[in-house]
Ligand binder design. Structure first.
Ligand SMILES: [Fe+2]
Length: 158
């Protein structure tokens, strides 16, 4: 079993039922990672696995594990981290493709101006945008990654 398939199973078990919209988003982020294969090459599988797992911290079953995860795992190489950031920042809450600018606005609108997520996003937006821009340049300046056909079908499921 590939790392991506293993990770998909974990994400499905943790997100599909309790957090269906988060599950749809994770499916879109994983699809975006697979679509980055032309720039990721041999790293496609590990970035896709990370895409499946990137939001499992929202699952009720794993709340409070952040400190353990930070101790257990080293930060990824910048190119791989950029790729995951790009996929997350160009995928909406229902798995739909967005530009990074649309994604920032969507997050701010969804959480509201005073929420900790919005405040954290405001601080990290320049770094996130720079990560997304580095990947976009590797894609030849294309802002969006084509997604598999199943993503639009997911949009009505939430
Ligand atoms: Fe995400």
């Amino acid at each position: 079993m590939s790392q991506a398939a293993w990770a998909e199973g974990i994400a499905r078990a943790l997100l599909e039922e309790p957090l269906p919209r988060r599950w749809a988003h994770s499916q879109g982020v994983a699809a975006a990672a697979r679509a980055l294969a032309p720039v990721l090459g041999r790293h496609t599988n590990i970035v896709t696995a990370a895409a499946w797992l990137h939001d499992i911290g929202y699952a009720p079953a794993v709340h409070g594990c952040g400190d353990d995860l930070f101790r257990e795992f080293k930060p990824a190489a910048r190119g791989l981290s950029d790729a995951l950031t790009y996929c997350d920042m160009t995928t909406g809450p229902q798995g739909q493709p967005l530009t990074a600018e649309q994604r920032f606005a969507e997050i701010s609108d969804r959480y509201g101006p005073d929420h900790v997520v919005t405040r954290a996003l405001a601080r990290s937006a320049p770094e996130l945008a720079a990560s997304a821009a580095r990947i976009s340049r590797k894609l030849g300046g294309r802002a969006l990654v084509p997604r598999p056909a199943q993503v639009p079908a997911l949009m009505g499921a939430c």
